[in-house]
Design a protein around this ligand. Structure first.
Ligand code: AMP
Length: 291
């Protein structure tokens, strides 16, 4: 297991490990690892000979005023946790190792679906994500890359980019890992005060209630308006969360829908701010045909 900071050293390691004759799984992260990240590393380990985890707090995906400077960092802890989960390398580059001096190239997936959900309140975010993921893919050249369903829109956009650009990598999306009380794990959860932490479970509770209502089968249970009302009501029954969005979209296209039709998958996604901490969560819901 190695902690590597430069591309040269990473390439030397690839040579040493006879990388050409092995499959390589890649897990890009911003570090401060938790069980969600570790689930991706374990999935990568189970499907590949070698696993590279990157820890890079990517400045281009933060807007001015967001938490780039204060984003939690602890590379020693990340290194240990990644090792225990089965990683072979933690790649932890400096910003100028990733962005060449004078760099002026970006990769952007365009379409209405990039402007919805998180794209509405963070208009430059996904361009930063797709650019850095591209750069990292070019450096690491993985066979498979692992992302979390926690960031559902990001997963959708990355799959679209890989498909549109014929990128030679398979994208694997892994399920959301939650705390025992249902809160989706996130590096940003450490920002929450104890009261905010308690109230933050309302995101998952709202999604849960929406799922129960949808599955109840009562007339009109697929109404997007009604389901959104249920989720918003659950979050607003607490006093600290400020809703950024609650939206329900076609999970295959991220297009708008008015009703969750039987046999179709819907992405039910929420973003809520607790103080300066913005939390996201989602569920993919469907009702069977013929019910
Ligand atoms: P981040 O370090 O937040 O950029 O996340 C790195 C990767 O871990 C992304 O693909 C995320 O979607 C994924 N991830 C973050 N939190 C979770 C979680 N709770 N469950 C599953 N995957 C997650």
């Amino acid at each position: 297991m190695s902690l590597i900071h430069t591309i040269d050293k990473l390439e030397a390691w690839f040579g040493y490990k006879d990388r050409q004759n092995k499959t390589l799984g890649f897990v890009p992260t911003m570090g401060y690892l938790h069980e969600g990240h570790l689930s991706l590393i374990k999935a990568a380990k189970s499907e590949n000979d070698l696993v590279v985890v990157s820890v890079f707090v990517n400045p281009t995906q933060f807007s001015p005023g967001e938490d780039l400077e204060s984003y939690p960092r602890d590379i020693d802890r990340d290194y240990r946790l990644a090792y225990e989960a089965g990683a072979d390398v933690v790649f932890n580059p400096e910003t100028d190792e990733i962005y060449m001096p004078g760099s002026s190239t970006a990769v952007e997936v365009v379409g209405e679906f990039t402007k919805k959900l998180c794209g509405a309140s963070r208009p430059t975010h996904f361009k930063g994500v797709t650019t850095v993921v591209n750069i990292l893919f070019n450096i690491v050249k993985p066979d498979k890359a692992y992302f979390g369903q926690k960031d559902a829109q990001q997963a959708f956009i990355i799959k679209k980019m890989v498909r549109d650009l014929h990128m030679p990598v398979e994208v694997v999306i892994c399920p959301i890992v939650r705390e025992s009380d249902g809160l989706a794990m996130s590096s940003r959860n450490v920002y929450l005060s104890s009261e905010e932490r308690k109230q933050a479970t309302s995101l998952n509770k709202g999604l849960q209630k929406a799922e129960e209502y949808l599955k109840s089968g009562i007339a009109g249970c697929g109404s997007v308006e009604k389901l959104i009302e249920i989720i918003e009501g659950t979050i607003k029954s607490q006093n600290l969360g400020v809703i950024d969005y609650v939206q329900i979209l076609d999970a295959e296209t991220l297009g708008d829908i008015a009703t969750i039709e039987p046999g179709k998958k819907a992405l039910v996604a929420v973003a809520v701010k607790f103080g300066n901490t913005r939390l996201i969560d989602n569920r993919v819901l469907s009702i069977e045909k013929g019910i």
